[in-house]
Write a new protein. Sequence first.
Length: 443
Amino acid sequence: MKRFIETLKNIWKIEDLKARILTTLGLILIYRLGTKVVLPGIDPSQLAALKDQTAGGVLGLLDMFSGGAFSNASIFALGIMPYISASIVIQLLGMAVPYFQRLQREGESGRRKINQITRYLTVFILLLQGPSYLANLHAQLPASAFVLQGFFFTASSVIILTAGTMFVMWLGEKITDKGIGNGISLIIMIGIISRLPSAVWVEFISRVNQQGGGLVMFLIEMIALAVVIAITILLIQGTRKIPVQYAKRIVGNKQYGGVRQYIPLKVNASGVMPIIFAQAIMFLPIAIVGFSSSDSATGFAAMLSDHTGFLYNLITALLIVLFTYFYTAIIINPTQMAEDMKKNGGFIPGVKPGRKTVEFLDDVMSKITLPGSIFLAFVAIMPAFAMIAGVETSFAYFYGGTSLLILVGVVLDTLQQVESHLLMRHYDGLMKSGRIKGGRTMI
């Protein structure tokens, strides 16, 4: 406790870090207030049916990612997922379309152009999802809930919903530039964590009212949740160290020989991004056919809307495995790593420099990415097993799955940035031994 208080004092002493934290908290407060602002023309007192619709299933997840804005018919109701969907499309195009590949190689100017295209695509997706969301409101809410009707209400609401998501994107960018951590990921995390207290309370009340060992079951569930969190942290932080022998190393004006260092290759180099990408893809069918059809859908559409169903979880798991390899391929470049080692006079013992080193690194990444992606997929579908076991839906979302992985990954990533500021100013880090490894939650 004493060390924790001392760390807080050290954080407060660093003006830049203090300003970044206060800026982040202020922008997050603006976002949370925005999720409570109901669309003009809708009676806030008649949203009970919409809240019941988002109590579980895929729409429950979507409501969680939007921080409750979806069920509040808020100006931020569509959340940040349209932007993530647009980012997925652009990154996929970057692997197949020469124009986007050229932009990726152009450095900062290319990145700005890609960001601009991503924003345009986000607006296009929002203009498609806005009418679907309004159709869902008309299907779920009584006619008396709509103070305004007709074309003016539809057009103005679509514009407001589009502007709301773009404003959330702007808040995320400002958090990234002026605050702590990746803004988009933090906004998603805040939406998730805002549901945790009520979810725990609902599960506790449910177990208390249960006859015969309800409190014991609640205690077992909390212990199991702690175990899952610990496993998730290990999954995010796990590394495979590759030894590198340097023929020479110059420090100042002195030259040293035979220095051995290690390249830490992460078992889960892509962090939580495969989960976010896969979930965004799974949201698309509902957004395309209309949010209201998620309850009345039949056949294949119904199976894709069933959060505990076999098909939904199978497709989600396969998408996570594919996106893990895809995102790892973007982040890790064995050719560049081999060239950097060669330029600095380094080599992997027993492996020839050049092409052999590239093949070795690529082989190692393939071997450690496969089990990492499978385990990531398994953790992602854990809530389905929790629901089948009788855990309340709102609490089951934290039993692994997208919610827990994003929550743990973003928290670790944010703490890592705070620790970097502390160490840079020669203060002790947040951990007594070792450094915090982030979850790589950049979008």
